[in-house]
Ligand binder design. Structure first.
Ligand code: G1P
Length: 291
């Protein structure tokens, strides 16, 4: 599996004013912008063609994955080898593609924009505002690929258990078995608590065959008047297609950068785990608590 799609078209309104003129996917968490963690996670599992589904104001993402020759030249001339090392991701053997979702009609519609890029191959979808695992050290996509290879199925989705009050914010599965890898019987986008079939929430990583596009073609606007990816998955299930779920491991947290509370948490945790500055920051926070 060599292709991945990263939808980054959202407006990031829950993070205003930070996201007024810069994409939320470019906000730093510790040392790196969010979207770099996601690309690193994908490249580690063998992805080397990445399509970003962008929108207005997202050109800095394109710049981040291009090579800034002037910067490299300047650092080289000044002998700043340690800073050049920070640009190591420039040398990834990956090709980046960018296309615009010209109308913001929802996540399902964004994924539909990847149709001709994907062709006939299975592909990964990684949502641009979620990092999986501290410093993105998760191998959940690898486990999803194994699941996809072992079972005859049309989709594999990552799931995490969420506390009850968060259930209405996510796509929620009805699992057929109570295992780490399970078949999905049904899926509902952002259910009310009384209609939620479990607390297993879609965790921002998916593998699909191109059958998802035919389902998306038939998907009517759902929650929020948007074409929902979850509704297309539900159509696949209704067609008799098989969909699997893979649970995140314990300790394999999903950092959702959709709002300030979770953004602050992610930043703090990543900064505290920083090799060079983590200990200093911990001491600094302790000194604030003493003051
Ligand atoms: C989207 C999906 C939802 C999923 C969530 C996190 O929601 O529609 O099913 O659980 O991402 O992966 P959003 O956060 O865009 O509202």
């Amino acid at each position: 599996m060599k292709n991945a799609v990263i939808p980054v078209a959202g407006l990031g309104t829950r993070l205003l004013p930070a996201t007024k003129s810069q994409p939320k996917e470019m906000l730093p968490v510790g040392r790196k912008p969010i979207v770099q963690y996601i690309v690193e996670e994908l490249i580690r599992v063998g992805i080397h063609e990445v399509l970003f589904i962008t929108g207005p104001g997202k050109t800095s993402i394109e710049n981040h994955f291009g090579i800034n020759h002037e910067l490299v030249q300047t650092l080289r001339e000044k002998g700043k080898e340690e800073l050049l090392a920070e640009l190591e991701f420039d040398r990834f053997q990956a090709q980046y593609y960018f296309t615009r979702q010209r109308q913001l009609l929802g996540l399902g519609h964004a994924v539909l924009c990847a149709r001709s890029f994907v062709g006939h191959d299975p592909f990964v979808v990684a949502l641009g505002d979620s990092i999986i695992g501290l410093h993105a050290q998760s191998d959940v996509v690898h486990r999803m690929q194994q699941c996809f290879d072992q079972h005859d199925c049309t989709a594999v989705i990552a799931f995490e258990e969420v506390p009850e009050h968060e259930i209405p914010q996510y796509g929620i599965a009805r699992p057929k078995q109570d295992n780490d890898v399970f078949e999905v019987a049904d899926i509902i986008e952002k259910p009310d608590l009384d209609e939620a079939p479990s607390n297993l929430a879609v965790a921002a990583r998916y593998i699909f065959t191109p059958k998802i596009f035919d389902a998306l073609d038939r998907t009517e606007p759902g929650k929020g008047g948007e074409i929902q990816l979850t509704d297309a998955i539900k159509l696949l299930l209704e067609d008799g297609e098989r969909v699997y779920g893979v649970r995140l491991n314990e300790g394999e947290r999903r950092y959702d950068i959709g709002n300030f509370e979770s953004y602050f948490q992610a930043f703090t945790e990543f900064a505290l785990a920083d090799e060079k500055y983590g200990t200093l920051l911990r001491e600094y926070i302790a000194s604030l608590n003493r003051a």
